[in-house]
Design a protein around this ligand. Structure first.
Ligand code: ADP
Length: 394
């Protein structure tokens, strides 16, 4: 039996909601011979009594009927009591009937006895099952933990972008308010900014939704992905960053890599996460490059092995030997606010698609990140596929 010194709250409503058996009575002096003040329906049910019969019980009768209660009555002067009680008229060796119980005094001198709905044995069985369940859950939790880290990393980016966009909008709005005559001219760009913030929020929502789905199924989706369209969507998402950094864009996407020619089967949201990450890294890497030299060159092709390859080349800082050996190591980052998880996550996502992610130094400035993905099986299904949603996703 343990003693707690928790302060007496008024949780009766909660107990009732949980179906707990509760009785309120006075136990001091003559009052112990008086009927109970109140008892919950579950209390009567437990003792096999209707409400009137239950309320007619006295504290004395209750103490005589409930094994274990006397210990609580003896201890209550020192504070709330936690222990166990059993209905003596409904016990046997095979059915000891002990239930966890708690006794507390109310400020007006009454006692509240709460008996939990499960017997000690049921409680022990449930706890044992819960422990087993917890163990089984552990391995899954590791995966969920990884996904939570992914989530933190991935959401950092759209939230940062939304913050930037909103800050920009605020500045523009303030200047429009100061000079109302310019409002007509400013409206289109304000609307554009609002749309961009909305796009980022929707992107973040898609990531959350996908992570949630993935933690349930632990399977990437299998749908036809138009990589060219996905790249264009990702660039639209980064429009603001590209503009802000004055990045010149060169797009050289092969018609071969569009969904109606050689589609990829994969998870659209995951693949977009990879593209957005790589594009953002490339933009970040060019922050120290002189403004007129910031060039992002994106190309796609079918390589000699028939794989669909996307290359993202920048004119940024490039990757030195030291960084190269740690690039895919979690938490390696050279950015003040970087989490260093992006590339690691990107590579896992691409490997989930049976693809490859790597980088090469450029002949001139910067480096190029490459993704190669297997094409969809000629019949439309990759080997071992679970099935394909027939829509073309981008
Ligand atoms: P984060 O962006 O949070 O730092 P990443 O895993 O995406 O995490 O990148 C890890 C590090 O790799 C970056 O901090 C940067 O030093 C380096 N890196 C990634 N992409 C490039 C790039 N295109 N050019 C130069 N360095 C890069």
């Amino acid at each position: 039996m343990t003693r707690t010194h928790a302060s007496a709250k008024a949780p009766e409503q909660a107990w009732l909601a949980l179906g707990d058996a509760v009785a309120v009575f006075a136990a001091a002096g003559d009052a112990a011979a008086k009927p109970l003040h109140w008892c919950s329906p579950a209390f009567g049910q437990w003792l096999g009594l209707d409400a009137a019969a239950c309320r007619a019980l006295t504290a004395h009768a209750l103490a005589a009927r409930l094994d274990g209660l006397q210990a609580g009555l003896d201890a209550i002067a020192n504070g709330p009591w936690n222990g166990a009680v059993a209905d003596s008229s409904n016990r046997s060796a095979s059915h000891p009937g002990w239930r966890p119980a708690e006794l507390r005094a109310t400020p007006d001198g009454l006692l509240v006895l709460r008996v939990q709905p499960e017997s000690m044995q049921q409680l022990a069985t449930r706890r044992h099952l819960e422990d087993r369940e917890r163990l089984l859950f552990t391995s899954r939790s590791v995966a969920v933990g990884e996904m939570a880290t992914t989530l933190a990393h991935e959401l950092n980016q759209p939230l940062g972008a939304v913050t930037n966009v909103l800050q920009g909008l605020k500045v523009r709005l303030t200047s429009v308010l100061e000079r109302p005559d310019t409002s007509a001219k400013a409206l289109p760009s304000l609307a554009q900014g609002a749309q961009l913030a909305l796009d980022h929020v929707q992107y973040a929502a898609r990531i959350i939704g996908r992570v949630r789905e993935y933690t349930h199924s632990r399977q990437p989706r299998r749908e036809r992905v138009d990589l060219n369209a996905l790249l264009n969507d990702s660039l639209t998402l980064l429009d603001w960053d590209l503009q802000r950094h004055g990045v010149q864009l060169r797009l050289n996407l092969s018609a071969e890599t569009s969904a109606d020619r050689v589609p990829v089967i994969g998870d659209t949201v995951m693949l977009q996460q990879v593209l957005v990450n790589l594009l953002r890294n490339a933009i970040d890497a060019m922050s120290a490059t002189s403004a007129d030299q910031r060039i992002l060159d994106i190309s796609s092709r079918i390589d000699d092995a028939g794989q669909i390859e996307i290359a993202i080349a920048d004119t940024g800082s490039g990757i030195g030997d030291d960084a190269a050996s740690q690039l895919f190591t979690p938490f390696f980052s050279t950015k003040p606010t970087g989490m260093g998880l992006g590339l690691n996550i990107c590579r896992s996502l691409i490997e989930l698609h049976q693809g490859r992610l790597w980088f090469t130094p450029n002949a001139g400035q910067g480096c190029t990140f490459h993704i190669a993905l297997p094409p969809a099986h000629p019949a439309g299904l990759p080997a071992g596929s679970l099935g394909v949603e027939e829509s073309v996703a981008s």
